[in-house]
Write a protein that binds this ligand. Structure first.
Ligand SMILES: [Zn+2]
Length: 246
């Protein structure tokens, strides 16, 4: 069982090599925590024989991106000779199975509970929970030490609801879709960040400040050390919508 196929094809090859050091058994399933290329371009390294599983809407999202960016593979191959080599045999592989809301896989001694996370990052986000091991793969909607890109269909109430559900599982280890693995502190940090953001945006809205002005004036010095500052305006937009209840 493999959860996400690596950031890019060189990573996918490295993952396969690491698995081969552990076992000669086949990788039977790949679970996508989201359909974006930095999670799914490497499907071809594992599938077939692996069966690729994702939340409903993942294939459509993947196809849309291929259509919108037909030069993507050429650009990726041009990154380095290693990348070009790693792309050998590339094929576009959408998920074989799309589930709705929940799915449970029993593979060997392990149980994997897949949970659809609505409105947190992509069109089809999946958290994967191993109840016996208390390990949670929490996908990319909730990350720390970086500001996330909140697309127009992402809402802060949905992010907070997902954080609450995942925290409620009481995992021992939390492995987000990006960044360093951690604990439930990842969810607590996320809750604190959005609470402060909503509070500040809410005050400015009450004072009659426009969205454009809020984007110019709002400061979050507590998060100066977080990466991805260029994504902050998308966070302000989402907070503005949330505090106005639309
Ligand atoms: Zn993504």
């Amino acid at each position: 069982m493999l959860i996400d196929t690596g950031q890019n094809p060189t990573d996918s090859r490295a993952i396969l090599a690491a698995v081969r050091k552990l076992t000669s058994l086949p990788i039977r399933f790949v679970i996508d925590t989201e359909p974006h290329p930095d999670h799914t371009t490497g499907h071809f390294v594992f599938s077939p024989p692996a069966v690729v599983i994702a939340a409903e809407g993942a294939a459509e999202s993947m196809r849309g991106r291929e259509r919108d960016n037909p030069q993507r593979l050429q650009k990726l191959a041009a990154v380095s000779p290693e990348m070009r080599d790693a792309l050998e045999g590339y094929r576009f592989i959408p998920p074989d199975i799309e589930y709705r809301q929940k799915m449970t896989l029993n593979v060997g001694e392990r149980t994997f509970e897949l949970m659809y996370l609505k409105g947190v990052h992509s069109e089809a986000d999946t958290a994967v929970w191993l109840p016996k091991e208390r390990v949670l793969f929490s996908a990319a909607g909730i990350v720390v030490n970086q500001i996330n890109n909140l697309r127009p269909f992402v809402t802060i109430p949905d992010i907070l609801a997902a954080a609450k559900t995942m925290k409620g599982l009481n995992p021992e280890h939390v492995i987000p879709g990006h960044g360093t693995p951690g604990t439930v502190k990842i969810f607590e940090d996320t809750e604190r960040y959005y609470a402060l953001l909503m509070d500040r945006v809410g005050r400015m809205v009450k004072e009659g400040t426009s969205l454009d002005q809020i984007k110019k004036d709002l400061r979050m010095p507590e998060y100066d050390h977080w990466a991805g500052k260029e994504r902050f305006p998308t966070n302000v937009e989402a907070a503005y919508k949330a505090v106005r209840g639309n």
